[in-house]
Design a protein around this ligand. Sequence first.
Ligand SMILES: [Zn+2]
Length: 309
Amino acid sequence: MTLAGLRIDVDTLRGTRIGVPNLIDLLARYHVRASFFFAVGPDNMGRHLWRLVRPTFLIKMLRTRAASLYGWDILKRGTLVPGPVIGKRYPGPIREAAEAGHEVGLHAWDHHHWQARVERMDQHAVTGQIQKGYDLLTDILGRSPNCAAAPAWRVTPEALQALDQFPFRFLSDCRGQSMFRPVVDGRQLSHVQIPTTLPTYDELIGLECTAETYNDHLLEMIQPEILNVLTIHAEAEGISCLPLFRDFLDKARQRDIAFKPLGDILSQTQKIGTSIIQQSTVAGRDGWIACQGEISEQFNSTGNSANDE
Ligand SMILES: [Zn+2]
């Protein structure tokens, strides 16, 4: 049997309301437990959309009165009025994920704010964002979340130091190949990083794969004896790509691949190294992401050196 961590990022109100219940149902049918990471603050993802709107496109929209066709709602969300607070509007699916036995962690307070500005935030500002999300998620779950995953795989040294102050069991903030504790300014931080090792749907589709070849291509990358961590999105695999993801789970079962929450994978891991985290890019994704750097030393999970073989 090949183990793979399954991480589900939930970025928006729509993903929470529609994608999460869909995925809870689907995963129950396959007896799969996963890790859900929720953005619980304002849904300002409309701002992200604005950045994609070029002036020429906007002029055309006004000319054709596109708003009367499509509605202003999506563009207005988080632009003219503050976005709705996801965890207050739809706490139900978040609780249901936990009640169904999935691991539930914090993705963000304001996903868009973090994604666009984390590079310019000091440790105090980052701590404020995490604290707000942590407090609301604690209210929703009736207990504090024990893990977190930074939006868009973006962390800075300041963000890592802020995250280190919270009592998380592990973090999943970057891309990489193995579990490690990050070293920032020469100091080893306390929380283990469980990086995403596999590409996401939007990084492969239309580039390396079509919808027909996608599942086989991805499954081929999941191998025994290495860390496999797949990240899917409630907005994609939970809604528009749901049939594709169902086929993925079928094919994974045929290949004897077992998906687990990230915390379960951590429990079964003996050796945890240390690495730096550096900015990098990946094909198919705009802008920078945080990546595991060179692995410098092997430690076992208690933090004692186990570099004796
Ligand atoms: Zn996200």
